[in-house]
Design a protein around this ligand. Structure first.
Ligand SMILES: Cc1ncc(COP(=O)(O)O)c(C=O)c1O
Length: 456
């Protein structure tokens, strides 16, 4: 059996080992020089003045939104706009902050929040913020989103947990909104095991975020260094306020170990990004002849892709047969992060799948494979061969016939695989609603009640 092609990887580089050894020698585990260096360098690379490193991207999103809520004096039940296609954390942190998520469908080409639908979701004077997500590594249409949000006085919190470094119109993700959050969880662009960062250019938000991740502690004492060199009146004040908490906060801190891993990888991130791009381009080249069956990632000319993952969406079919075939051949797959069919939202939002046809299509037909830097072009060729084999040999069922075809008029000037689009360029891309679904949620046609061979 050939080696597994995974969706992510982690390697202890010599530099990471050196940094970890330094921590073991110093005995300093709590917020210290590695965390500070990691934060400063990460913020600089994303054109931000402040970054706070903590224990997850979800934690970062939670405290960033909470900081906005406190700063703006929002009320419980106020609304926050989120894409209908994202990882559950984007939605959950809105709910945990006692705010109400309002969903907007995503763009069928970029899979990110469809900015043309944003204004319709702003209603009743209760909307306070929008959380665009840069899904899979590709920036959302963040200029238009910020423009419309600001016109209505909304805050913009970029969920950049799947993207880093990538630029939109020359400016990095994370630098467009009022704050942004990143994840360094396993299989992300930088991986520290657990971890996440919140960035902002707003000093008041930065102060609140740092306090909220430290139990809501008074900003006078957030690190054990904060009383170094103090004396007299100032020292007395710090001692008095060390255990003073000004907000209801959280214990979201990370340690120097995670920061050291992040810093070591940050220092080699250009090579990592280049390898991912090389792999993604190779896969796109190799899969071009299947474009009538699958939609490959498209990178609009005005932005870069960080290629955290490589999404593949079947145009007219459920993904289950293809993902099973890939997994049987040692190629890991994962569903595109999704919302509309999640059991946890079913009682509160029972009709998401019907209301958001693009998210519904991606949920049914979209998955991703890895293009990370431990893989090479040979691995990409293996993925492409396996997908081709599925369509040419394995699959014996007819495509599901379109019942309802929605025509898109996508205005963006698109490039495909980094080149100006020629043929075939899906400016008018149909996607379909299956006629009905079986008990397992798989699409079935009249002719073949169980076309994918899955048990029901
Ligand atoms: C879009 C998105 N938001 C938030 C998160 C949460 O990040 P973490 O797992 O670090 O909490 C993820 C994680 O993959 C994500 O994909």
């Amino acid at each position: 059996m050939s080696k597994p092609i995974t969706v992510g990887h982690f390697a202890f580089t010599p530099k990471a080992r050196r940094y970890v050894r330094e921590i073991m020698k110093s005995g300093r585990l709590s917020y210290g020089p590695f965390s500070q260096r990691f934060e400063a360098e990460f913020a600089r690379l994303h054109n931000c003045a402040f970054a706070a490193f903590m224990n997850s991207g979800t934690s970062a999103l939670h405290v960033a939104l909470q900081a906005m809520k406190e700063q703006g004096g929002w009320k419980d039940g106020d609304e926050v706009i989120v894409p209908a296609q994202t990882f559950v954390a984007t939605v959950n942190i809105v709910i945990h902050n006692r705010l109400k998520p309002v969903f907007v469908d995503v763009d069928p080409i970029t899979y990110n929040l469809d900015h043309r639908k944003l204004i319709d979701a702003i209603r009743g004077g209760k909307t306070r913020a929008v959380i665009p997500v840069h899904l899979h590594g590709l920036p959302a249409q963040i200029d238009e989103i910020c423009h419309d949000a600001r016109a209505f006085g909304l805050q913009v919190l970029e969920d950049s947990c799947e993207s880093m470094f990538a630029k939109f119109k020359g400016q990095p993700v994370g630098s467009w909104g009022d704050a942004a959050c990143f994840s360094t969880y396993i299989a992300h662009l930088l991986s520290t095991g657990i971890g996440g960062l919140a960035t902002t250019n707003n000093p008041d938000l930065a102060k609140r975020i740092r306090s909220l991740m430290n139990h809501g502690r008074d900003g006078i004492y957030l690190s054990i260094d904060d009383d170094d060199g103090l004396s007299g009146e100032r020292l007395r004040e710090v001692i008095a306020k060390r255990f003073s908490f000004t907000s209801i906060g959280h214990s979201f801190r990370a340690t120097e170990f995670e920061a050291a891993l992040g810093l070591a990888q940050l220092e080699g991130h250009e090579k990592m990004l280049a390898a991912r791009k090389r792999n993604a381009m190779r896969l796109i080249e190799n899969l071009r002849d299947l474009e009538d069956k699958i939609q490959l990632p498209i990178v609009p000319q005005d932005r870069e892709h960080a290629w955290m993952m490589f999404p593949i969406v079947l145009r007219y079919e459920d993904k289950a047969g293809l993902t099973q075939h890939l997994e049987e051949h040692g190629i890991e797959t994962r569903c595109i992060p999704r919302i509309v069919d999640q059991p946890c939202y079913a009682s509160e939002y029972p009709d998401l799948a019907e209301r958001f046809p693009v998210a519904s299509w991606l949920t049914r037909s979209g998955f991703y494979v890895g293009v990370h830097s431990a893989l090479d072009v040979g691995d990409m060729d293996r993925i492409a061969d396996c997908i081709r084999q599925y369509f040419q040999v394995v699959r014996r069922v007819p495509s599901i016939i379109a019942e309802e075809t929605v025509t898109l008029d996508h205005d963006a000037d698109l490039t495909y695989a980094g080149k100006k689009a020629t043929e075939p360029q899906p400016r008018s891309q149909p996607w379909t609603q299956p006629r009905r679904e079986n008990a397992a949620g798989l699409a079935v046609s009249e002719e073949s009640p169980n076309p994918l061979g899955a048990s029901t």
